[in-house]
Design a protein around this ligand. Sequence first.
Ligand code: CO
Length: 150
Amino acid sequence: MIREIVQVGDPVLRKKCANVTRFDQELCALLDDMKETLLAAEGAGLAAPQVGVSVRAVIVNADEGFFELINPVFVWQKGEQKGPEGCLSIRGKAGQVVRPSKVKVVFQDRKGDRYSLVARDFLARAVCHEIDHLDGILYTDKATEIRSEV
Ligand code: CO
């Protein structure tokens, strides 16, 4: 089911999200809906608070594959890259954001099993952007050269 994407100004986007503690049917439904919503919106990533659910779950769709990261935590961050970002919760805008060029995160999957992911370049940027959402941070807090897209 496609869910409504919350837009900037909604307080849910500014809350620190709670850890996922139950790996149940409700979580599966949330993740399935997030994927459907992301694909329909043709975005690169989506965090649970963007559909109004304040829990630590994000999805990322990149060349390397489709990732569901539950309770993601950075192990390390290396390097620096500057590049363009937008956000499905901030329609019609884009900006330049400095991010690490390479990150390692540990996370759980929808069953609660633990994995790690090393991401670089665009995937690293997307992972950082989405994890920021879990702490109530929007890319516009960090961006320079924010402009309206036509
Ligand atoms: Co975003």
